[in-house]
Design a protein around this ligand. Structure first.
Ligand SMILES: Nc1ncnc2c1ncn2[C@@H]1O[C@H](COP(=O)(O)OP(=O)(O)O)[C@@H](O)[C@H]1O
Ligand SMILES: [Mg+2]
Length: 302
């Protein structure tokens, strides 16, 4: 019938979508947030949106940035993009995790951050490397023995404190303790003083090793965009369209990074899990982010 004819004329990235998916893929350029259940086709919509940007709105693929959370999700995203828009275009798109995208930006421009004390050849410390540094601090500064030192909790507090602030560059241990407490993160009062000292020693250790930990990758990138207007202007032009999958998992620092990358034009398209956004373990933060998103990006399409 008539409907079948209309369907056949539709571009491939719109064909077969339900009404909600279609509305999201075709939403006007601006700030768009899609919340839907797990397995409902959110990543499918994000990929359809990329195809729409390229084929209908003539966005050069190299101006598109797609961010997700895990390496596995990033790999899957790149594969699905390739299937949808072809190998050549997919290769021009920047698609990766928050950490991989941030690391690339820092390798290129990170030495411009005032007082950062790292070169472009910095080392990336994973959770185990970080724990080693904390272990060293506990043994060398606090007289613990290698056997009894328990670096795990302290490392986690340091990491959590860094995800509670927009960026941690230039902030000392007492500031970070306040950030933890303000965010209602559990840290026993008897550990407050030690946290402050450990934090500062830990930062010194990283700096001396020309290293960033995982949290710093995000933090330093946010600081870079804040403190270096020319670098920020470069990335605003570099990526005119920012898309984020699994938005419900976004931390304060990650959100800040998205916000900085997608301004001033505010072209940002985020998809996330509606259920987790309400009941998830980071529910409070997500609620914050949802409200914040409405404030930061005018004319949000939901
Ligand atoms: N409108 C659609 N047409 C065809 N396949 C779809 C559609 N919506 C979702 N899918 C498929 O359903 C599966 C789950 O979708 P996905 O985008 O991964 O969900 P989510 O990201 O919400 O968990 C995928 O295999 C995807 O290709
Ligand atoms: Mg998905």
């Amino acid at each position: 019938g008539a409907e079948a004819t209309v369907d056949a004329l539709e571009p491939p990235h719109v064909r077969g979508l339900n009404d909600d998916q279609r509305a999201a893929v075709l939403a006007p350029v601006g700030a768009t947030r899609v919340l839907a259940g797990p397995g409902s086709g959110k990543t499918h919509v994000l990929i359809g949106r990329v195809a729409h940007l390229i084929h209908e709105l003539k966005t050069p693929p190299r101006e598109i940035l797609c961010i997700t959370f895990t390496n596995k999700a990033a790999r899957e995203l790149r594969e699905r993009l390739r299937d949808k828009i072809g190998d050549a275009a997919a290769r021009e798109i920047t698609a990766g995790t928050f950490h991989s995208v941030a690391a690339r930006m820092l390798r290129r421009h990170g030495d411009r951050i005032p007082g950062i004390g790292r070169t472009g050849e910095f080392t990336i410390y994973d959770a185990d490397d970080s724990k080693q540094i904390v272990q060293g601090v506990l043994v060398n500064k606090f007289g613990e023995t290698k056997k009894t030192a328990q670096p795990g909790p302290m490392r986690n507090w340091i990491s959590t404190s860094k995800s509670c602030v927009k960026h941690s560059v230039g902030l000392n241990g007492s500031h970070m303790l306040r950030a933890l407490l303000d965010a209602h993160k559990p840290i026993p009062p008897m550990s407050h003083e030690r946290f402050v000292e450990c934090y500062d020693e830990y930062e010194l250790g990283l700096r001396q090793a020309n290293a960033f930990d995982f949290d710093d990758l995000l933090s330093a990138t946010v600081a870079m965009l804040e403190m270096c207007p020319d670098v920020r202007s470069y990335y605003e032009h570099r990526w005119s369209q920012v898309l984020v999958d699994e938005f419900q998992d976004t931390s304060t620092t990650q959100y800040e990074l998205i916000r900085k990358l997608s301004q001033p034009q505010g072209s940002v398209f985020v998809v996330g899990d509606a259920d987790q956004a309400i009941y998830g373990w980071r529910g409070a933060e997500v609620a914050n982010i949802r409200t914040q998103f409405d404030e930061d990006f005018k004319d949000v399409q939901t």
